[in-house]
Design a protein around this ligand. Structure first.
Ligand code: MN
Length: 254
């Protein structure tokens, strides 16, 4: 029997709380649980400064998952920081950009969610809006919580999934309604990526690789919050894991 594919899940820095907590690397259990339910062995990745260690971690992975999180440092796409840019985590930026670039070079499967799709776009040479208000004041609300208390699974805007994309083959083409918890978004699309979903205001809500040999896909919403309510959200994780399984079979035996 083929072993379950190992999926790397990146983390975020949690600063020390003096007298209570040392500096930590953390990530939501939700991603770990959803990927495990889809068939993965989850591997939570430290934001190590030792690139040789990171590379060895990467080489043991069958797929890379990029979760949601804080803003990317505009340094990463050579723009100066605006006051609207939020908290950043340079260690996380550095580790995620390295992992995605290695994965793109070697066609190792990548699935990216929310901040993850932004990281994917920047790693491939694109840029971001540091705040969507910078783009268009009439844009629909993308950091939108209609209810109190806040519910991460609330569906707040449509996206239109482009036909003839990998995303359409998994979720179906056309309109679907999604959650939205982001104040940044893709500005300049990276060369080598194609748009697979857009919001009604035109904002890019999903991208994928041009090369259909490898699974390289990101969405701006949070499908991990929708796996119980929407079957196509679950299918997205299952398609990623299936791709990581076949990558594992194709790879040199370890
Ligand atoms: Mn949105």
């Amino acid at each position: 029997m083929t072993p379950r594919p190992i999926i790397g899940i990146t983390t975020q820095t949690l600063d020390a709380i003096p007298g209570e907590l040392p500096r930590c690397w953390v990530m939501s259990q939700r991603y770990v649980d959803v990927l495990t339910a889809a068939g993965a062995i989850p591997w939570v990745i430290p934001l190590t400064h030792d690139m040789a260690t990171l590379r060895e971690v990467y080489e043991r992975l069958d797929g890379v998952f990029l979760p949601g999180g804080v803003d990317m440092d505009p340094d990463q796409y050579s723009e100066s920081r605006l006051p609207v840019c939020g908290v950043t985590d340079p260690d996380r930026d550095r580790v995620e950009v390295a992992l995605v670039r290695w994965a793109m070079e070697e066609q190792k499967p990548v699935l990216a969610v929310c901040r993850g799709v932004q990281v994917l776009n920047v790693a491939a040479g694109g840029t971001l809006y540091q705040d969507l208000a910078e783009w268009c004041e009439a844009a629909i609300k993308h950091d939108y919580w209609p209810n109190e208390p806040r519910q991460r699974q609330d569906l707040v805007h449509d996206v239109f999934i482009e036909p003839q994309t990998v995303l359409a083959s998994i979720m179906g083409a056309g309109a679907t309604t999604v959650n939205s918890m982001h104040h940044q978004g893709i500005k300049k699309l990276a060369p080598g990526l194609v748009v697979n979903a857009r919001a009604p205001d035109g904002l890019i809500e999903g991208v994928e690789g041009r090369d259909d040999e490898s699974f390289l896909l990101g969405v701006q919403w949070h499908p991990e919050e929708l796996v119980e309510s929407i079957s196509t959200a679950r299918r997205l994780f299952e398609a990623f894991i299936a791709s990581a399984s076949s990558h594992q079979i194709d790879a040199v035996p370890r």
